[in-house]
Unconditional design. Structure first.
Length: 183
């Protein structure tokens, strides 16, 4: 990201995510996309997280943007609300109980020393072979984790042993995110 999203861009993305989830769940259709101007037209990775009554209800994202941010937010809003394999698809009855959070990601940066990770600022991608796990920056803060707990839990999310980060074959990348939501 060359710059941070401004308040209007954040509100546009939140409205897009809300309208998309509502229309997709109720009618199976997507609303029209807003104009992809400024940062909304940039190819940034993003995650859309859905909470229901304060509990995780879905979270799906794409680390790399391949088109305008508005398109990826719409795709991830649909995926987070209807395709997260941990949950059943959101129903019409649940729409009034949800709130939406969006994380717009910076480019990834490969690291060789986990001490470069700043808890609360960086998210982690841990990968070795076909195993890969991602935790967003806010996860460590929300869970009250220190650096080592965050690193070990990212290994676990990747399906790797908790000390996999020590293996030179393990690829570790970090990124930051602008996180904003309806709450």
């Amino acid at each position: 990201m060359d710059r941070d999203l401004n308040q209007q861009e954040k509100q546009t993305l939140l409205k897009l995510a809300r309208d998309t989830i509502t229309q997709y769940v109720t009618e199976g259709k997507r609303p029209p996309l807003p104009e992809a101007t400024g940062m909304l037209g940039e190819p940034c990775g993003c995650f859309v997280t859905v909470h229901e009554n304060g509990q995780l209800r879905g979270c799906i994202g794409n680390m790399i943007g391949r088109g305008p941010l508005v398109e990826l937010v719409q795709e991830m809003a649909i995926a987070a609300s209807t395709q997260d394999p941990r949950f059943h698809a959101l129903s019409k009855d649940e729409l009034s109980e949800i709130d939406i959070e969006i994380s717009v990601l910076s480019p990834m940066r490969k690291i060789t020393d986990v001490n470069e990770i700043e808890v609360g600022k960086h998210g982690i991608i841990m990968a070795r072979g076909v195993c890969q796990g991602v935790l967003l920056p806010q996860v460590a803060t929300e869970q009250g984790w220190d650096l080592m707990t965050f690193v070990e839990n990212t290994c676990l999310k990747a399906g790797l042993p908790t000390d996999a980060w020590k293996d030179p074959e393990t690829n570790i990348e970090i990124f930051s995110a602008q996180v904003f939501g309806e709450k």
